[in-house]
Ligand binder design. Sequence first.
Ligand SMILES: *[C@@H]1O[C@H](CO)[C@@H](O)[C@H](O)[C@H]1NC(C)=O
Ligand SMILES: *[C@@H]1O[C@H](CO)[C@@H](O)[C@H](O)[C@H]1NC(C)=O
Ligand SMILES: *[C@@H]1O[C@H](CO)[C@@H](O)[C@H](O)[C@H]1NC(C)=O
Ligand SMILES: *[C@@H]1O[C@H](CO)[C@@H](O)[C@H](O)[C@H]1NC(C)=O
Length: 271
Amino acid sequence: MASIGQIIFWSMIVLIFVMAGLIILLLAIAFSVSQGSVVTNKPFPVGNLGQDVILDCKFQTKTSQVSSDVSITWQKDGLTGVVYQYQNNADHLQDQNPQFKNKVKLFPDAIHTGNASLLLRTVRMEDEGVYRCSVTASGVTGTVSIHLRVGAFSAPNITRSNNSLKAYAQRWLPKPDVTWFDQNGTQLKSSTEFYSIPMGIVQVMSDLQVQVTEGTYTCIIQNALVTAVSEATVRDNEVLTRTDFIFNSSPNIVTSHVIGTAFIIFCMLVY
Ligand SMILES: *[C@@H]1O[C@H](CO)[C@@H](O)[C@H](O)[C@H]1NC(C)=O
Ligand SMILES: *[C@@H]1O[C@H](CO)[C@@H](O)[C@H](O)[C@H]1NC(C)=O
Ligand SMILES: *[C@@H]1O[C@H](CO)[C@@H](O)[C@H](O)[C@H]1NC(C)=O
Ligand SMILES: *[C@@H]1O[C@H](CO)[C@@H](O)[C@H](O)[C@H]1NC(C)=O
């Protein structure tokens, strides 16, 4: 009879092999999905409600010239029909899902350069999801997926008020957190209020609660999708503001989804 120690030992060995096999399997799946030279520079774009967004997709053929037999199909997970289809130098929209009628277009003049990007006009909340760009051309067959998330964000207007600073941003969704820092990176006391406007969007009004002197202050407005970093330079009686947007490119949903799937497969194998 095997001792408990031996059982544990062999269980561990089996576990290690199962895990290694799983990792190889996951890598193989990952590589087969991105096979071919169809790629995206922006797998996790963030759309700003009401504005246009480009879903980035490009392809490289072996020959430098892309001939007329390029076929580009955009699809969205969970939706019947196509988002957009292009074949033989023309649109093929008979299978287009009505949700995308007059809402999307490619860049026809750029297709010969390998540009299969899709312009999505006036982004709405329901446009969120996983899009797949499939390209077939001479020497290329491939699909790449793009995970679009939608929110609202705008650069704040920072003005001087009562010897301090006040930031006003017109539209944010989801509701963000606001923090202020001095030029040494020390967090400063502030108070922020939100005003709801239609579609769940909020207006952001944040008051810095310390007296300011000449120098640069940073106001950070952040939600799960976007971080707006605004540098306000106070000089005499004017405030110069400059805002950079940083988009969260590693959504936890995707990572936890992959880990979750691996875990489920793992449990199935163990039992
Ligand atoms: C495709 O072309 C459009 C319009 O010129 C441009 O905005 C976009 O960045 C291009 N995308 C790629 C992947 O080259
Ligand atoms: C910024 O705020 C100031 C003072 O509240 C206002 O006069 C100005 O029009 C605002 N600018 C923008 C772009 O909202
Ligand atoms: C200006 O700041 C002072 C002290 O920080 C405060 O007592 C006063 O209420 C403020 N006035 C306005 C108009 O916010
Ligand atoms: C930043 O730090 C320096 C040195 O510690 C200090 O002299 C200065 O007053 C600080 N500035 C601010 C705005 O806190």
